[in-house]
Structures are given as C-alpha cells and as structure tokens.
Write a protein that binds this ligand. Structure first.
Ligand code: ATR
Length: 273
C-alpha cells in the first residue's frame, strides 16, 4: 500500500499551518499519510484539484480564495457544507468529490470543549455577515443558544442570513447602531482584525464577564480582543478553531479522532499565551 496523499490548496498557501497540524495528527494516530501545501493559480483551482486526484490524491483542505469554487466542484455535499455555501474539506473516492465544511464545528468545539463555555441557553452576538459568519451559523444554532443576533455594517446581508437560517433556531439581525441587547458570548466573524480595525460594537453590549471570541489569530491579541478584555470579557482567539477544524477534517478522511491538545502545545507553547 502506498502512502495516502492530502494537500491544502490555496493562493497564497505558503503560510498555512495545516501541514504541521496534520503531520502531528498522523503521527499520533499512526496513519500512513502525507500532507503538503499546493498552490493553485487563481484561475486554475478545478484543474489543480483534478490533477491531484489523477496523481492519487485522497483529500484536500481548501483555503482562501477557493472555498466557493470547492463547493461548486463537489459532486456531493454535507448538510453543513450546503448551509455554509462553502467547502473547506474535499474527499476523493473514484469519480466522487465529497465536499464538507468543518470550520463552524471547529469553532463550536473550541468554545465548548477547549474554552469550557456552554452555548446552550446563551445570548450570542455574531459580528459580520460574510463567509466566516455564514459558515458558523448552522453549528452555532445546533448548540441551542437562547438567541443569536447577527450584526453587520451592511445590514441587508445580516437580514438575508437571519432569514435563510431561521428554521434552524432563534436568529435575528441588526445593524450596529440599533443593537440594544446584552450578550453572554460575542464572536467576531468580521475580517476587521486583518486590518487592525475594530467592528463598531459598544462596550455596553457585553454582559458582565462575557466571553469574546475572535475567529482571527495572530501572535498578539487582536484589537477586538484587547477592547473586549478592557471591558471585562474573557477573550480567546481563533487558533483553537483552526486546530479543531483540522481535527474534524482528519476524522472525515481517516475515520479517526486525533487529540488536539498536543497540537495546541506545539503551536502556542504555554509561555507564549
Ligand atoms: P469572510 O469570508 O472573512 O467573512 P467577507 O465575506 O469579505 O470575508 O466578509 C467580511 C465581513 O467583515 C463582512 O461582514 C464585513 O462587513 P460588510 O458586509 O458590512 O462589508 C465585515 N467587516 C470588514 N471590515 C469591517 C470593519 N472594519 N468593521 C466592521 N465590519 C467589517
């Protein structure tokens, strides 16, 4: 038997930590697999995937900017990929291309299991209505919060999302100015942190001791995390989401659950937190 081949496909992809994460999962669970980075030309995603399948590839993670194209390329989709409208995990089997999305479940697992914060019965405020927010909605609603409010600068996008997901739970939408609730959990799914910007959220939206989560991560706390911490929140960045979405993808491919704690320790040694 030859070693099974997996890749992360993106553009750019050189910065991806996924190969390190999956190498550790594979070593810890004794899986005979290789996982590498694969740069696809911006106009050549589907061809890159097909070439990789021809070379015997078994699966791929998909990162920016190809998650929508991966959704279109899949011949079968999981429920969560269909809801997310985007695919971050592909599994190849003969002519079948199975598309899944493990980002949202990665977020929920990181909050509930790693941070130890139950979502059930909580008032959740989700900032942003782009791809990252959409991918999180189904798993968040499946965790049975009391309320899920989506806030976005462009309020029409938040309203569309709330409308689309209403059958899955108590979801509504607002612009930032009209928000007047108080929230136990505030999740930043905007791309503001990339440019060191802060979504225009008032400090009075945080319940006392609220939990504030930024889907982004960097060596230093994001401006959103700094703002939330200054206002009495417990804060967490998206490194755990990255590791947990990888563990879920590994399970989709291999049927084996990898431990994530050792990967945390490797990517962020305790002295660095
Ligand atoms: P992603 O796939 O990361 O979600 P996206 O689809 O481009 O990226 O969506 C970016 C999200 O971040 C949007 O909700 C955007 O708000 P608008 O829809 O109003 O543009 C939000 N966003 C980006 N920069 C922001 C900022 N400085 N403050 C608040 N929201 C911001």
């Amino acid at each position: 038997m030859s070693t099974d081949k997996y890749v992360v496909i993106g553009n750019p992809v050189a910065h991806s930590k996924s190969p390190d994460i999956h190498a550790q999962f594979a070593a810890d669970t004794a899986q005979d697999m290789r996982y590498e980075r694969l740069l696809a030309p911006l106009d050549g995603f589907a061809e890159t995937v097909r070439d990789f399948i021809r070379e015997g590839g078994r699966g791929a993670n998909v990162t920016l900017p190809f998650k929508l194209e991966a959704h279109a390329l899949a011949t079968q989709l999981s429920e969560r990929a269909r809801a997310a409208g985007a695919v971050n995990t592909l599994k190849f089997d003969g002519d079948d291309i199975f598309g899944d999305n493990t980002d949202g479940v990665g977020l929920v697992t990181d909050i509930e299991h790693n941070a130890g914060i139950a979502l059930r019965g909580k008032r959740i405020l989700l900032l942003g209505a782009g791809g990252a927010a959409r991918g999180a909605l189904l798993p968040l609603l499946q965790a049975k919060p009391a309320e899920l409010m989506i806030a976005n600068r462009t309020v029409a996008k938040a309203l569309d999302l709330a409308w689309e997901f209403q059958m899955h739970g108590p979801v509504s939408a607002s612009d930032y100015d009209e928000l007047d609730g108080v929230y136990d959990i505030v999740i930043n799914a905007t791309s503001a942190s990339i440019s060191a910007a802060l979504p225009p959220i008032a400090a009075s939206r945080f319940a006392k001791g609220a939990f504030a989560y930024d889907m982004m991560y960097a060596a230093e706390p994001t401006v959103f995390m700094q703002f939330a911490q200054k206002n009495g929140c417990v804060v967490r960045d998206g490194l755990g989401m990255l590791i947990e979405q990888a563990a879920e993808a590994f399970f989709v491919w291999r049927g084996v659950r990898a431990q994530t704690a050792p990967v945390f320790a490797a990517l962020r040694p305790p002295s660095a937190t």
